[in-house]
Design a protein around this ligand. Structure first.
Ligand code: BGC
Length: 518
């Protein structure tokens, strides 16, 4: 039981210990799991634009593309076949994350990471060497499985390893690696696009092996989290690990809480059935809505279609890539803001500031497009307007990069109790992947119909999600992960789902009263 510990809502109980060099490096290595996802997010759009790639694998699409001479900036060339090929990865990841849930729970988090790295590596090799569409698609499915496993296990790993008061910072390492992956991919595509031979696309696809190798080698050396060790019955190892990662011998308090969590966890034989119980309703709601909201911010419209979008804004082909690189850099640099503020300001403030910033910039982008392109989409965008458009796209990306980007991975990974954490994270990953798929598939058609209104459409969702956070998401900063139930119990709305009997953190724990942060 939590000996004499006090948990206040919005803040947290403090266990002894510091941020050790060991835990810092462990988290940095684990976070590289985000590289493979990021690399793929960044590489696919550029490769499927390369003529040599299209000619080899999708000759019909290529013919249609070069015959398409329409000057309508909203209705650019769109092939469902091509986007389905790109999106097959997200569908594979969606399914894989459910299998990863079992591996993560039964064998430990690092085996899922390792599995993710190895599968991605094989996928990269198949894609780089592809001779036909079959190889290409098989490779993509393997990449997807890799992403499913990594995204399922890495955020949970980070949230469990980190000391509560720095959990946000260390967890966001994952998003930072995603953004680094995207940026590298953009730069690589820029370079390979310039290769005169017809094999530039091969280099782009094969280089996915680099992040995959980093993740695989890293996972080989990673220790398992104390939570997972206890869950799997390795108590002594767990104690040792706690001493090592907290840099103190005084770990009994934390250890005991982990044991209580683990006892609870052992009572649950079927996480997938249990997760639907009333007492888990708050966490389940978040695991579904947060990834959904993250995707309907419209971020991947920018990530996938930045080249198309910049073309629509009137830039020529080279400027298109340069702009994609600018967006990649802004995305990455802005992530640091959340790294340094998330454990001080808290999750809610970042969510809300980011939401406001995205809303304003989306409205400005939509309006600038309305003024310049009108509804016909056939006019030219004057340079000065184009400059403003880029500026507001960057402001929008920044807003995302310090709010919904990192928090979309952090919050779901820290709110579930141990017994259903793995299953909960799979739901998070699969909802995320599903809507990434839907948006990738639907965006060009939507742009053609909604025209500049597409930005108002996403801004509407941003209003809804920001209001949702304001009303329904309790603050989770600094709260130890195995004590999170108290946060829900202290929330004005969610408390009704949790009975007193559902709280097992110990009789000595004093429940905090809901405060303004709730
Ligand atoms: C999202 C991705 C997005 C990326 C952009 C991630 O958190 O899950 O869909 O492309 O951020 O940085």
């Amino acid at each position: 039981m939590a000996g004499g510990a006090i948990v206040h809502s919005g803040g947290g109980k403090e266990y002894p210990g510091n941020l050790t060099v060991y835990v810092f490096f462990t988290c940095v290595v684990a976070a590289t799991g985000g590289l493979i996802f990021g690399y793929d997010l960044g590489i696919s759009g550029g490769v499927t634009q390369m003529n040599s790639f299209l000619e080899k694998f999708f000759p019909d699409v290529f013919q249609k593309k070069i015959r398409d001479t329409s000057n309508n900036k909203y209705c650019t060339f769109d092939s469902q076949l091509l986007t389905t090929f790109t999106s097959s990865l997200y569908l594979a990841a969606l399914i894989a994350s459910f299998f990863a849930s079992t591996v993560t729970r039964v064998f430990g988090r690092r085996w899922s990471m390792l599995g993710g790295g190895v599968t991605f590596l094989v996928g990269a090799a198949l894609n780089g060497a592809a001779q036909n569409v079959l190889m290409l698609i098989l490779g993509r499915i393997l990449l997807g499985i890799g992403v499913g496993f990594a995204n399922q296990s890495v955020p949970v790993y980070l949230s469990e390893m980190a000391p509560a008061r720095l959990r946000g910072m260390l967890n966001i390492g994952f998003q930072l690696m995603i953004t680094l992956g995207i940026l590298c991919a953009n730069l690589i595509n820029y370079g390979t696009g310039k290769i005169k031979g017809r094999w530039g696309w091969r280099v782009s696809l094969a280089l996915a092996a680099v992040p995959a190798a980093i993740v695989t080698i890293g996972a080989l050396f990673l220790p398992d989290t104390p939570n997972s060790l206890i869950e799997r019955g390795h108590s002594e190892q767990a104690k040792k690990m706690l001493r090592r990662i907290r840099g103190t011998d005084d770990i009994l308090d934390e250890y005991n809480d982990l044991v209580v969590a683990s006892e609870e966890s052992k009572l649950v034989k079927h996480p997938w059935v249990n997760i639907t119980q009333r007492k888990y309703r708050p966490q389940l709601t978040m695991a579904i809505l947060i990834p959904f909201f993250q995707q309907v911010t419209g971020i991947n419209v920018i990530m996938f279609y930045a080249p198309e979008l910049f073309k629509a804004m009137g830039f020529d082909d080279d400027a298109t890539l340069v702009s994609a690189v600018i967006i990649g850099a802004v995305n990455m640099v802005a992530t640091f803001v959340s790294i340094f503020t998330v454990d001080k300001l808290g999750r809610r403030k970042l969510f809300m500031e980011g939401g406001l910033q995205m809303f304003i910039s989306q409205c400005v982008i939509g309006t600038l497009m309305a003024i310049t392109l009108g509804t016909s989409g056939e006019r030219h965008i004057p340079k000065i307007y184009a400059g403003f458009l880029v500026l507001f796209v960057c402001i929008y990306v920044m807003g995302f990069a310090w709010s919904w980007g990192p928090l979309g991975w952090l919050v779901p990974s820290e709110i579930f109790p141990l017994e259903i954490r793995s299953a909960g994270q799979s739901i998070n990953v699969s909802v995320n992947m599903f809507f990434t798929f839907v948006i990738a598939q639907a965006f060009l058609t939507m742009l053609c119909h909604f025209k500049f209104g597409i930005f108002y459409f996403f801004s509407g969702w941003v209003v809804i999600m920001t209001a949702f956070i304001a009303v329904f998401l309790p603050e989770t900063k600094n709260v130890p992960i195995e004590e999170m139930v108290l946060v829900w119990k202290g929330h004005w709305f969610w408390s009704r789902f949790i009975s007193d009997a559902d709280i097992h953190v110990g009789t000595n724990v004093e429940m905090g009263k809901p405060n303004s942060e709730f």
